[in-house]
Design a protein. Structure first.
Length: 317
């Protein structure tokens, strides 16, 4: 039985897809083999077990509807975009881009996948991994936070190791500004995301599931781990999460060394401003019930006194 033609075609200094079928390794003439070996990047098939996830990979793999769609695409057309990997000393390869493609292919029975091999230093690999994954449509706040943190740390390390005479295209720019420009967030917003990484996992889950707002969460990230654990208990007991103004007060008490579990509970038990429904009367609406010389304050006191008497009468009955 004849083998199906490979969707790859090799031309001088050019390697690309020519079809929609899954990549299959084929015998290459010696000239083509030498050309591949001398190329800066190689496209080969590698066994699944030799592909390892990127260390501390911040992006989660979810068996959601998007993953099901990807599986169907891989089943129908194959892996159209090879994974990007880098070699490791133990003979395995670390995935830079393509964790979801590997996951989808693995679930439908692939034993090998096409990859492009790139030799990258650690910090260059981090930046490349983050950039390739930040293009996803659906990212949770915690994924974005840890991705920004990894890229921020890598850029800082690279800047510290820059060789004399090496051109710096980002000269004068702070790491936060570089990330912001490349990722579409302001430097301040990037800083807020990075600060989120100081939250304990249980707090981050509340941000990811939407039960706690992003901005209040940033303020709570300034609390110590012990204080965050106590805050988590207080939130569970109160059945709510803090507003921004409440989070700011809690942060201030912590900074002053005065924050206690009782303070947390007391602040959370307050009615939030947005939950207050005000009852407002105009002066002209009330003046017909009071003497003409009554001030607004006198009317307020009189109304409260009447309400109090009426309430006492109600309970006496």
């Amino acid at each position: 039985m004849a083998c199906r033609k490979s969707p790859f075609r090799l031309e001088k200094n050019n390697l690309f897809w020519t079809g929609f079928f899954p990549f299959r390794e084929r015998k290459l003439p010696m000239a083509e083999k030498k050309e591949m070996e001398s190329a800066e990047e190689k496209v080969v098939e590698i066994e699944m077990e030799r592909l390892k996830a990127f260390e501390n990979h911040p992006f989660k793999l979810r068996a959601d509807s998007q993953m099901i769609e990807l599986q169907e695409s891989v089943k129908k057309y194959g892996i159209l975009n090879p994974l990007i990997v880098r070699p490791r000393k133990d003979g395995t390869y670390e995935i830079i881009s393509g964790h979801r493609r590997k996951f989808a292919a693995e679930r439908i029975g692939y034993r090998k996948v096409p990859v492009i091999i790139r030799v990258l230093k650690d910090d260059d690999a981090v930046v490349s991994m983050v950039d390739s994954n930040l293009q996803r449509e659906m990212l949770s706040p915690s994924e974005k936070a840890f991705a920004y943190k990894m890229k921020y740390d890598a850029i800082k390390r690279k800047a510290g190791r820059r060789k004399c005479g090496q051109v710096d295209h980002n000269k004068g720019k702070k790491s936060l500004e570089i990330i912001g420009e490349e990722c579409g967030d302001s430097p301040k917003q990037v800083q807020r995301y990075i600060k989120l990484t100081d939250l304990i996992p249980e707090m981050l889950e509340k941000v990811d599931d939407g039960s706690m707002g992003f901005t209040p969460a940033v303020q709570l990230s300034f609390l110590s781990r012990k204080e965050q654990e106590e805050m988590l208990t207080a939130m569970d007991y109160a059945g709510c999460t803090p507003s921004l103004s409440q989070a700011l007060r809690i942060k201030k008490l912590s900074a002053d060394g005065k924050l206690t579990a009782q303070d947390m509970g007391d602040i959370l038990s307050e009615v939030k401003q947005k939950e207050i429904e005000r009852v407002v009367f105009k002066n002209e609406q009330l003046h017909r019930f009071f003497p003409a010389n009554f001030t607004a304050e006198q009317m307020r006191r009189e109304i409260l006194e009447m309400l109090k008497k009426n309430m006492n009468k109600f309970w006496d009955e």
